[in-house]
Design a protein around this ligand. Structure first.
Ligand code: AMP
Ligand code: FE
Ligand code: FE
Ligand code: ZN
Length: 292
């Protein structure tokens, strides 16, 4: 294992590569993380671990890689169910039940992506599913890939415009077949991983879950909350911190970097070394933190 993180270390625990909806390959991502002056970076692609091996193979000297994923979840306690994201760190990537669930979600994303394209085409909007699939190049398919097709067609000017209510944000938004969030928390723990609720108060993304759910998730094994994130207002960050303190949960901050699919830069928000050490200490998956 690696030596402990020191005060002043820069730690970014939430980033995406071309293994999902980011625009840098895993190798480019770790090089960019080193160039950005990070000491620790986590690769957390949506519903996949496919970026782990290429990121590891390209790890620059001195950079530590936390292998993770961002799992598409849903809370069924409201009608309609609320989608949410669970970051999972240092879990066993071969845990059979977790592997099966992630594969199921990725398949469902493919079907849903094609149905969204069908809806667009039925309205005379010229986007091509084979072209979108080709551009995703085997990575987990998401609405950002469809957003790129809308941009290429000259229908919107930016990803954020493509996520507006007239497009993928509402009119052409279809639900995914996500994992029940309690099941996901237990699966991640069963695989030796550490689950952290991503951007839990991001009201600008849509509906958020009540604090009572976070209390229940903490009892079910949730380890932490992501507080510092660009989709949280200062008030939302403070609220998340206070809730975490009350429940004894660790707090993270991260960029949620997606390359050119978003404007945020690597290291724009970071995690304190103490919180990172708690994650490492709580993990018992087969994979430790790798060091370049
Ligand atoms: P999906 O996973 O297919 O539901 O798409 C959600 C993904 O789209 C998130 O992981 C973000 O990367 C991206 N996203 C969500 N909301 C926005 C937004 N308002 N602007 C740009 N990207 C967004
Ligand atoms: Fe994303
Ligand atoms: Fe997310
Ligand atoms: Zn993310």
């Amino acid at each position: 294992m690696t030596s402990p993180a020191r005060p002043g270390h820069r730690i970014d625990l939430h980033t995406h590569s071309t293994a999902s909806d980011g625009t840098l390959t895993p190798a480019e991502l770790v090089r960019a993380a080193a160039d950005a002056g990070l000491d620790v970076v986590a690769i957390t692609d949506h519903d996949t671990t496919a970026g782990w091996a290429p990121a590891l193979a390209a790890l620059p000297p001195g950079l530590r890689l936390v292998r993770g994923a961002e799992i598409s979840c849903r809370w069924f306690g409201a009608e309609p169910a609320v989608p949410l994201h669970l970051l999972a760190y240092l879990f066993d990537p071969a845990h059979p039940d977790l592997v099966a669930e992630l594969a199921r979600v990725r398949r469902a994303r493919l079907e849903r992506g094609e149905r969204i394209v069908d809806l667009l085409r039925a309205d005379g909007i010229d986007v091509s599913w084979p072209e979108i699939l080709a551009a995703a190049a085997g990575g987990t398919v998401g609405r950002p890939h469809i957003a790129q097709a809308l941009i290429r067609a000259g229908l919107v000017g930016s990803t954020s415009e493509a996520f507006g209510p007239d497009w993928l944000g509402e009119r052409y938004r279809l639900p995914k077949e996500d994992i029940d969030v309690f099941h996901a928390v237990r699966l991640v723990r069963a695989a030796g991983g550490v689950p952290v609720f991503a951007h839990p108060r991001a009201t600008r993304r849509g509906r958020v879950v009540p604090d009572e759910l976070i209390v229940e998730l903490a009892a079910a094994g949730l380890a932490g909350l992501e507080a510092d994130h660009e989709d949280h207002s200062p008030q939302e960050r403070a609220h998340v911190r206070a809730l975490a303190a009350e429940l004894g949960l660790l707090v993270t901050g991260s960029s949620d970097f997606h390359g050119t699919h978003k404007t945020v830069r690597l290291g724009a928000f970071t995690t304190a070394p103490e919180a990172y050490e708690r994650i490492v200490a709580a993990a018992s998956g087969v994979t430790g933190v790798a060091s370049g």
